[in-house]
Design a protein around this ligand. Sequence first.
Ligand code: BMX
Ligand code: ZN
Length: 703
Amino acid sequence: MPYSKQDLIEFNHLRHLVLLYGDSKRPWTNEQLKYYAAHLGSDGKADDWFFDSFLFINPKSRSGRDYVADVNLGKSMSGEGDFFTVCSPNPADKGDWEELLQFYFGKEGALHALDNTIEDLSGSVAAPEHRRNVVLTLPYPHITQKRFGEIGHTGGDLNFSIETQNLSVATESRLKAEMWFIDRIMEMWEKAHLKNINLLGVYWIFETVYRSWEVDDHLLLKELRKHVNSRGLKFLWIPFYATYNFHLLEDYKKYYFDLAFLQPNFLFYKDGKDIETASAVARKCDAGIEMEYYLELDEPISIKNERHIRFREYLNAGVKYGYMTESVCAHFQGSDSLERMYSHGEPIERELYGDIYRFVKGDYKIKPYPPAPSRSNFVPRRRAVISLDLGGTNLRMAVVDDAGKIVHWRHGKTPASRQGILDTITDKVSEGIKLAESEGLKLTGIGMSTGGRVNFENGIIEDSTSLIPDWKNVRIKQALEERFNIPAVIDNDGNCSALAEKIFGKAKSVDNFIAIVLGTGIGGGIYVDGKLLRGRSNYTSEIGHITVDAGGPKCSCGGYGCVELYSSGSGLVRWAEEDSSLTTIVGTSGDRSTKAIAESARAGNADAVELLKRGGERLGAATAGLVNIFNPSMIIFSGSLVNVGNQYFDAFRETLFQRAMKPTSDSVEIVFSDFPQEVGIMGAAALAFQSSLQGSSYSMNIE
Ligand code: BMX
Ligand code: ZN
């Protein structure tokens, strides 16, 4: 483990580094930072120092664009299954990076706040022996960023993608942006004159070292590290244990970083590695350990017990395997868990606050584990619903629990006939019920999201376009209730997507927004003044069927020139096939699918790029009209097309802002859903929970 007299001096006495996840919209204040800088006695007064080092991490810019990149694989403790994240479709640009610098260095910024906090505390506690360290996060240069912004006077925006240039040029540009960021940090640091803190280094936010045919972070990091070190800074990393390319930890000091902390990930994952193994790996690789803690509201009792046992193991293992005193430790604590633990209503959480403090001081003593949740203990049954999502291409079924977690997930192609669809639904629901019951989940409802015009009161699909053939006059609510004896509730997929965003997603605190689902067709849901727009018969928000070309071809809805014919998955394919000027778009197997179009565009095929631009443009024009009518503050995209390519969304944005009336469009934020593929499932689940909760005193358990 990387702790010797030498390291002590070289890293300015870094021992315990606390991770401070921030929200770009809310700067850190003295009031919050004091919980991390000092230990507070029961009277609320500081009686000692706490962490010696502070790492500031902001995942997103104020407008929601990503600084962070993440790859996670594994099963979480509540078992929602495997998941992973890829390069952001919504990457931060130079303006956002500048905003982050302001967040760090601005007058109200994190560093001034920390400096002042330490200054203030030095009144009640004798000044610390060494200056406290700060580490600043470098934003990740996403390869989805094609117009980062200009650096110097080079006459153009930096482009990080390999769509129109080769990998080494893209990597050079990414490196250039990072080097610029580091130089800006140094300039601002010089000017800031902060007395009580020491700028120790910078942090690489991606928890792996990534290389593929379109990304070369190996080269980037090797060069970047030289630059970081040349400015007198250290380069830090906290890799995810189950990470892709994890073996790189073995040689990390040789090539990439000056200091790494291994995340055991034991707290979050059901089948996570145990801490003994993780600490042995850290020791072997000369890395520190990351302590992992979080607090969740309203978690089920069994999970809470398990969390306490596991966190006790992090502390005890620090004594057993020596990392409490022989190593450096990073402390993950969600965004504000330590502050919340300090004033928590439950003694067990307050006790942990004290134990973490003792641990940081190096004199924590092993404590017994809290009792394991046993079968004989009373454990309330978690509630869950069966959720169905029927679209033009896919039929999905999931079991979703009352924390909004997908516990089981199945999906397949939408059968070609009405009977086929009904049979598959019956099969999948039966399967879901069995899975839920075998885990002791209490099923309270079935929710369904479907394309088509839905009679919401009676649960009847009254009409559909030919995207779902013969899907008319289907009494689905009645059929499900009779067959399974569980209350069922159905709504249009666009409406469901809007509900999903409102309850679980990006629109939790937004009252006026438009959700757009880009799939085989284009669906939509609109919230006005906090209410989902339903109209006379719940047939609202058929955004796909706004005419954008009065002389255009006939649409599956009976109209002509609808935007769905140009900008949806099926529309792009149709256009590619019918427009004789677009001849060169073909997939690897000679096909013309949406996937083939996306791949061709990524490979720089001019026809495919043109097609995406036209598609985005038409949708932008249609949406400009909606913006003028509904005055939303947010537009949220979901559906399988969110990854189709930036050309589409760039053209969308450009057209929208060009066409929509000026003051109206000024404040519209355009964002991507946190669950673009699961939006129908999440919406149907929210619908089922809402209706099963009506008249009951039980409340939904949403984080
Ligand atoms: C169609 C229409 C909409 C639906 C949209 C997106 C039917 C069957 N569908 O415009 O109701 O919201 O497609 O659906 O009438 P998806 O199939 O792309 O998910
Ligand atoms: Zn139409």
